[in-house]
Design a binder for this molecule. Structure first.
Ligand SMILES: [Mg+2]
Length: 307
């Protein structure tokens, strides 16, 4: 099959503030496979290097050295250090070999709020658009400041809303305890669905013990960026929630095999892909994400429109 690719970049409407700093441009690659009959399969490579995937430059270099004519063996032999390339080419290959792409029913979608106090007005806007689950990043500003906004946010949201907090691994054990205490305390006002990645990935045992001390559930995200990390955390006995970002998790067929053989509580989530990658992720989410939980794809309002 013939292989071609194109780089792209898209701007955020406003930079996304996380504890990794501001993110203002999403760069990626669109890949295309065409067979002799003229069938086309598209895929998207959307790296997220601060989560441990290859960088955009590495992905581009990898695509550059690939021959124009690819065999299945080429597609299946992308090294594990290129998980976003594995996903992009793997999903293009799947798209090429599936005659019709099933339009499944997707679970509810979680809307991402901006950090800081702009979360308050954004939450009511997203509520009006039909969102019922929201995610708010913490660990960016001082804890006193963030907890003050949090207290306003939980009363501003209708009681049937669900809120997820995401620390991106930016808390200490002490500040994680302060957050979890507060989440447990406010349970009657608003349900905190979970706190995502309170501590850095290397502190798995500390997160395991936190998960036993508090009622508010914990989710792993950075800890399970790649399939081998996911396997490791399952082996270590994590039985909380797993946030899975399929676009950086490697080959879709391997992720499918793993999730089908391990009944984990998985929440599929976006890395700000464009439409091609998003559709591939949503197909996997429809198959594998826990249908009781909203999927983390409510991010379209963050990027400027696809070109
Ligand atoms: Mg996260």
């Amino acid at each position: 099959m013939e292989f071609s690719y194109q780089t792209y970049q898209r701007s955020f409407q406003q930079p996304l503030q996380t504890r990794y700093g501001p993110w203002s441009i999403r760069r990626g690659l669109m890949v295309m496979l065409e067979d002799d009959a003229g069938n086309i399969g598209q895929g998207e490579i959307a790296p997220l290097s601060w989560f441990g995937s290859e960088t955009w430059e590495q992905a581009q270099t990898y695509c550059q050295q690939l021959p124009r004519q690819l065999t299945d063996a080429h597609i299946l032999s992308i090294p594990d250090r290129y998980p976003a390339c594995q996903f992009g080419l793997g999903s293009a290959w799947e798209a090429l070999h599936q005659n019709s792409v099933s339009a499944s029913v997707f679970p509810e979608i979680c809307g991402l709020l901006p950090t800081g106090s702009s979360a308050l007005s954004a939450a009511s806007k997203l509520w009006e658009q039909g969102y019922r689950t929201f995610k708010w990043k913490i660990g960016v500003d001082a804890i006193e400041q963030e907890q003050a906004i949090f207290r306003r946010l939980i009363v501003a949201l209708p009681p049937q809303a669900l809120l997820r907090l995401d620390a991106n691994g930016g808390l200490t054990n002490e500040s994680a305890c302060r957050w979890l205490q507060l989440c447990d305390q406010v349970m009657d006002t608003l349900r905190i669905e979970y706190l995502e990645q309170p501590l850095p990935p290397e502190q798995l045992s500390a997160m395991l013990s936190l998960s036993q001390q508090f009622q508010t559930p914990l989710a792993l995200d950075e800890s399970v960026a790649t399939l081998s990390q996911l396997q490791h955390c399952v082996q270590q006995g994590w039985n909380g929630i797993f946030v899975i970002k399929p676009a950086i998790c490697g080959y879709p067929h391997r992720l499918r095999q793993f999730c089908q053989s391990h009944p984990i509580d998985a929440v599929f989530s976006s890395v700000f892909e464009s439409e091609v990658g998003r559709q591939a992720c949503l197909r996997l989410a429809a198959e594998l994400s826990n249908p009781q939980r909203a999927i983390g794809f409510g991010v379209c309002h963050w990027l400027s429109p696809d070109e």
